[in-house]
Design a binder for this molecule. Structure first.
Ligand code: FES
Length: 184
């Protein structure tokens, strides 16, 4: 049995257990996304058939809630803040530069499945504008000229899983607005 078959087996058991409970579909879709990485058409169809629901209904739920993704995601999700403070500090140029460098539009993923480009609204760290997040890391006070090296660092993490330690001045967990630590 391969991994995909095993995932369907696990999902099938979950549907038998929770499928008929209130909120069962959401729970099933959460588990399906955890298992498969995203909710493909095939997975949505499987869920619909097992739960005796119209595929359109399952698809509607999968696309309504922002927690669900219906296309393959990159390992690193780059979310460029387009809130007002970031916007006036050049966020559109930052987004444009990523589109050029990655050759994708917002909500698309690079062919190597390394990066997904997104935009986001204000994340409440406007003092660091313009900023973006890469997964849970916030990179603030950005300049268009910083972006190439930022991508290189994440590409480099494929060889060396140490990117979380890099550039502490510009990077901290989302929501943390404490002053940057002193250099050195
Ligand atoms: S506008 Fe970008 S963090 Fe607030």
């Amino acid at each position: 049995m391969n991994m995909e078959e095993r995932n369907y087996l696990v999902l099938g058991k979950l549907i038998e257990r929770y499928g008929e409970r209130p909120g069962g579909l959401i729970r099933v879709l959460q588990k399906a996304q955890e298992l498969f990485g995203y909710l493909s058409r095939d997975v949505q169809t499987y869920v619909a058939e097992k739960m005796c629901l119209p595929v359109g209904h399952v698809h509607g739920v999968a696309t309504f809630y922002s927690q669900f993704v219906t296309a393959p995601q990159g390992k690193y999700i780059i979310s460029v803040c387009m809130g007002t403070a970031c916007y006036v500090k050049n966020a559109p140029a930052i987004l444009g530069r990523f589109r050029e460098m990655l050759r994708v539009e917002p909500d698309e993923t690079t062919g190597d499945r390394l990066f997904t480009l997104r935009t986001t609204r204000c994340i409440g760290a406007c003092s660091m504008a313009p900023l973006l997040t890469v997964n849970r890391n916030v990179h603030g006070h950005l300049d268009v000229g910083d972006l190439e090296s930022l991508l290189d660092r994440y590409r480099g993490q494929e060889k060396d899983e140490g990117v979380d330690e890099v550039d502490q001045e510009h990077e901290r967990p989302a929501g943390d607005q404490r002053p940057a630590p002193p250099p050195g």
